[in-house]
Design a protein around this ligand. Structure first.
Ligand code: SAM
Length: 208
């Protein structure tokens, strides 16, 4: 059966990466980067983080839990380069990195293999005509239900007014509780706070 093409939840930004990013990508992609979905599927991680931005939380959480195997996914090369540099500087080896859309990666994973999916500050797509671009949508919920292991959960953080409600609707039937789980404060969250928006963290468990 042909897979349905979905509206992407991200915009591809144009513009070139600077020399520091290019150097990091060249030097460190061979250490941390994953190029084949089949390889990821054959050795699934425990944790997937979707849309890590500049990788601040990714690196801090990986350092705090060195036994956890993380696959960090982002579409933007400058953010990927920033995470690679953080991982290298901290000598971390428990994070693998995927460049591109998280949806095909989740689709490639075996059933019930993940203990956690992290979605920290997903793009809110605030305009009514863009709401269909939000990553949290029924097809994504179904995908999470397939890949989360028994006891596994989605950790969602958002600062956007109305996104919590959107999430609770998209995750209808799930058990949802507020819990920060030690998520570190990042530059993104500090900026949101300065702009008058408070983050809420939700730990969401699929129905059994
Ligand atoms: C608002 S930013 C938040 C970044 C980061 N989590 C933080 O807390 O600073 C959302 C990020 O998600 C990424 N993103 C959106 N949809 C994605 C997808 N389907 N797969 C991978 N990354 C995605 C975007 O490129 C963007 O960097």
């Amino acid at each position: 059966m042909q897979e349905q093409r979905e509206i992407p939840s991200y915009l591809v930004r144009r513009g070139r990466t600077g020399p520091t990013s290019r150097d990091a990508l060249q030097r460190l992609w061979p250490v941390y980067g994953q190029n084949e979905l089949s390889a990821v599927a054959a050795r699934p991680p425990q944790v997937v983080e979707i849309g890590f931005g500049m990788g601040e939380a990714t690196a801090l959480m990986a350092a705090a839990a060195p036994g956890s195997e993380v696959l960090a996914i982002e579409v933007h090369p400058a953010g990927i380069a920033a995470l690679l540099r953080r991982l290298d500087a901290a000598g971390l080896r428990n994070v693998r990195v995927w460049e591109g859309d998280a949806v095909p990666v989740l689709r490639a994973l075996p059933d019930h293999c993940l203990s956690e999916v992290r979605l920290f500050f997903p793009d809110p797509w605030p305009k009514a005509r863009h709401v269909k671009r939000r990553l949290l949508r029924p097809s994504f919920t179904a995908l999470l239900e397939r890949v989360l292991a028994p006891g596994g959960f989605l950790h969602l953080a958002t600062d956007w007014p109305g996104y919590e409600e959107h999430a609770r609707e998209a995750l209808a039937g799930w058990a949802v509780v507020e819990d920060r789980r030690g998520r570190p404060v990042t530059g993104y969250e500090r900026r949101a706070h300065r702009d008058g928006r408070e983050a809420v963290d939700l730990v969401c468990r699929p129905p059994r």
